[in-house]
Design a protein around this ligand. Sequence first.
Ligand SMILES: Cc1cc2nc3c(=O)[nH]c(=O)nc-3n(C[C@H](O)[C@H](O)[C@H](O)COP(=O)(O)OP(=O)(O)OC[C@H]3O[C@@H](n4cnc5c(N)ncnc54)[C@H](O)[C@@H]3O)c2cc1C
Length: 419
Amino acid sequence: MKTETTDVLIAGGGPVGLTAALCLQAHGIHSMVIEAKPRGVTHSYALALHPASLDLLESVGVLDDVLDGTLAVSRVVVQADGRRLASLPVAAQGARHPFLAVTGQDRLESALVRALEARGVHVRWNHRLARFQQHAEGLAAEIDELEERVIGYATARFDWMVRRTHSVDARYLIGADGHGSLVRRQLDIDFPEVAPAEHFAVFEFQVRGSLPDEAVLVLHPEGLAVLWPLPGGRARWSFAVHPRAEGGIGRDKDHEPVQIFGPGAFPALEEQLFERLLAERAPWFTAGVEHVYWRMLVRFERRLADAFGRGRVWLAGDAAHLTGPAGIQSMNVGLREARDLAEALSIDRQRGGTRALEAYQAHALDEWRRLLGLAGSVAVGPGAPKEIAGSVARVLSALPGSGRALAEMAGGLGLTLGG
Ligand SMILES: Cc1cc2nc3c(=O)[nH]c(=O)nc-3n(C[C@H](O)[C@H](O)[C@H](O)COP(=O)(O)OP(=O)(O)OC[C@H]3O[C@@H](n4cnc5c(N)ncnc54)[C@H](O)[C@@H]3O)c2cc1C
């Protein structure tokens, strides 16, 4: 078996792994990106880039490509009982890009892959990290190259089989391999659930008429609902639901698109449920729904890894944290982790040791403890609407921002984030 070498092996070609490769390249560091899936199978899951992500993408020279065809959303409206409680700017004061760029995760990933290819970094699709072993100078990894084969007799079925196994020697490994991370599991890092999972019924549809370029966050006693306008006259409604309590979920299993995060199985959604949820939580939504493109029930867990890595092996993105979808925090904070990890790695690679990598971990853990409501304080001011005061944690996790932008949005609702 021939052994290849690279400075940094990146397991996972999702948005975080691809961004890590671009940032490493900007530091002059060679990386090899391996992705277990074939090229181009992602969907438009996370749908908006925070202003801070736009700064990052600009710094690695991909912003123009990413912005092509996106919709700029500069405000988020918070509603309860059909009343506007606030209309908040989504960017911190003085932000270089004072808007959220609404675009599909698949389009972001395609732009990142194009940028990498232009710089001579070619993602190895159908390559899955199988195992690795750390040693004093780095690590030895085994990678399974997968191929689709016809199996079965009479009725052909297709399955992915290991075609061959490659050996790679690397100085560092980045685990950007998503929520089921093999890298995290092999490091034996715990990934405890820190808050109950949430279920969202998500509907993406064509709008008859037009929508203002603003996101809408609806606070309702039954759960949050979030409306995003999308490019091309589309929109997405996401409703927090309790699957077992919803009689409308589950009678028709032929409507297949159900995605599951974590263990458990959930049945498919019916279109009538969409009408019912709209009537219940957003009766003011009068823009007609012309055609529903897809609908799915997604279970979002809230988990945080006990550590972001050790030695020569470090995590970023969903491999280290999971949260709900409303604030698009998982992916956007993950992109910044990719940048910070690349920088820490470049420092420690030059001077030896793991000081910068330890600092990366401390910062990331602190940020996620705050985002998940495990640390930090929130003072509710006298001007905060009562609907906000009654569901502070829920509202904070649904605001589309992090860091200073999140603090300023919270301030607009009468909340002060502290220590
Ligand atoms: C249905 C759905 C809807 C979502 N909606 C939202 C939303 O509205 N807002 C939001 O913020 N987020 C949303 N998310 C989450 C968002 O998609 C993730 O936060 C984001 O993709 C995380 O990026 P990542 O690169 O860390 O991980 P991923 O995108 O999961 O990428 C990890 C990659 O690693 C690959 N991989 C895994 N194991 C290996 C291995 N051993 N070797 C090589 N490759 C491997 C996987 O194939 C995968 O491509 C949604 C997710 C789903 C599934």
